[in-house]
Design a protein around this ligand. Structure first.
Ligand code: SAM
Length: 268
């Protein structure tokens, strides 16, 4: 494999369920920081903040906070955001990156907060990696006060698209990638899961982002490629050629990756 992320190697996203058990947790931190730099998440993230409808001084938890960027942004707006992540490495990184903010090491299904203590709950690109999303939502409902709001943001792994010459290979890579995450269909499942957990005013929006440069699309394309290689769905040489084609498309202004991000919000 010739392509690599800036962190050195292509990423196996299946490890986002348990980063600390991977051989190189730093690689996942670098990957998330790289995605932050690309800027295409900003608009969907802002929309998810708006759905929480929080005023300065109100309390919220950011679950699976990763490097803590969203916690920092929310705190700049006067919101008492606390970051929670199941990875100790990620929590340590977030504490260094956002000094003065509170970060806790905990799992989404067992939060260290009293009942009804939170005005808001947000999780971005986290539920796709949870093995027990219903348990996490029941815990979300427990920590939210009545009337508190939840906002969840995830990709549906079957619905993103990329234009490519080889349709069969592209489909095989997408399928392999969907197979690496715990909940590839989480986007469409939010509606039912939120109702089952007792939330009301459940709202689902699909916020679509179109990536047209190789730099923007590379983390996703590399992850798809890695999934294809790890699962044995594609051979090395074929995979390299697929990525090379995408780079060439970008140079010719012909790269087109469409990402439907599912934003779910509801009231406790
Ligand atoms: C793809 S990253 C997204 C990070 C961050 N939300 C962002 O937008 O950059 C997923 C994060 O969820 C965390 N995570 C995975 N399983 C978790 C769980 N059960 N409870 C809490 N955090 C979890 C991972 O450690 C990782 O930091």
């Amino acid at each position: 494999m010739s392509d690599a992320t800036r962190s050195g190697r292509p990423i196996d996203i299946s490890h986002f369920s348990n980063i600390d058990a991977s051989q190189d947790p730093g690689q996942f931190i670098a990957f998330l920081e790289q995605v932050e730099q690309l800027g295409w998440l900003e608009a969907v993230r802002e929309e998810s903040f708006a759905r929480l409808a929080l005023a300065p001084g109100q309390r919220m938890v950011e679950i699976g906070c990763g490097p803590g960027t969203a916690v920092g942004l929310l705190r700049q707006r006067g919101i008492e955001a606390v970051g929670v992540d199941a990875s100790r490495n990620m929590v340590e990184h977030a504490r260094r990156k956002v000094p003065g903010a509170e970060f806790r090491h905990a799992a989404a299904a067992a939060l260290p907060f009293p009942d009804g203590s939170q005005d808001g709950y947000r999780a971005e690109r986290v539920f796709e990696h949870l093995h027990e999303p219903a348990k996490a939502l029941s815990e979300a409902r427990r920590v939210l006060r009545p009337g508190g709001r939840i906002a969840l943001l995830d990709l549906d792994y079957e619905l993103w698209t990329v234009d490519a010459d080889n349709v069969e290979l592209t489909q095989a890579l997408k399928l392999a990638m969907a197979g690496t995450v715990a909940n590839p269909w989480i986007g469409r499942r939010f509606y039912g899961l939120l109702h089952d957990a007792g939330f009301h005013d459940v709202r689902i929006s699909v916020l679509t982002h179109v990536l047209t440069s190789y730099e923007e699309a590379q983390p996703l394309l590399s992850a798809a490629l890695q999934a294809g290689l790890s699962s044995g769905a594609v051979a090395d040489g074929v995979a390299d050629a697929w990525l090379l084609e995408q780079r060439e498309r970008s140079e010719r202004g012909r790269l087109c990756v469409i990402l439907p991000m599912f934003l779910a919000s509801a009231v406790a």
